[in-house]
Design a protein around this ligand. Structure first.
Ligand code: ZN
Length: 192
């Protein structure tokens, strides 16, 4: 398992709800937590590792080393949003790209824990931002979609670089053609 960079099609594939919590799902979650800490992220969504499931991991402590803070959530839904705040945001699928993104200051989320128990969570500020960012991933929505016009313009060169690197890797056969990836995603999604 590894983190996929933009513009890998998995990042745009809408994740399907998890319907069974089994050993495979627990292994995905464990490996995603490892990757999140290895890359000093505060969250990681399954589509970022090529798994089209509504599964995400979070470390809301604000300390990228705090391993005790790891959380696993399934099938999250935002029930309510309040206020807005603009702040700098990054994404493990866009290494080195940081731009301001406007998000709700507070969100109320419903999600299932790894034991399948439904929970309601109220999150504010950094935690709220992380929840919104990761839930967006499950919908195939990326933080570049949420940037304002200035951020979008400032990101253009880096995005072109990511797109060029991806095309090169495909030419070299390091990444399969998009049609093949889409087929694999659909096959995996059917097993959620
Ligand atoms: Zn992200």
């Amino acid at each position: 398992m590894k983190i996929l960079n933009y513009p890998h099609p998995s990042l745009r594939y809408p994740a399907v709800p998890v319907t069974k919590i089994d050993e495979r799902l627990r292994t995905y979650a464990k490996e995603m937590i490892e990757l999140m800490y290895a890359h000093k992220g505060l969250g990681l969504a399954a589509p970022q590792v090529g798994v089209p499931f509504q599964l995400l991991v979070l470390n809301l402590s604000g300390d990228p080393q705090n391993r005790d803070a790891a959380q696993v959530w399934l099938n999250p839904v935002i029930l309510d949003k309040k206020g807005t705040v603009e702040d700098e945001e990054g994404c493990l699928s866009f290494p080195g790209l940081y731009q301001k993104v406007r998000r709700a200051k507070t969100v109320q989320v419903q999600a299932y824990d790894i034991n399948g128990v439904a929970k309601e969570i109220t999150a504010s500020d950094l935690a709220s931002r992380a929840w919104q960012h990761e839930i967006d991933h499950l919908l195939g929505v990326l933080f570049i979609d949420k940037m304002g016009p200035v951020g979008k313009l400032a990101s253009r060169t880096m995005l072109k670089d990511f797109e060029r690197d991806y095309a090169k890797a495909q030419e070299k056969g390091e990444i399969p053609p998009d049609a093949e990836i889409e087929q694999e995603l659909a096959a995996l999604a059917a097993t959620a």
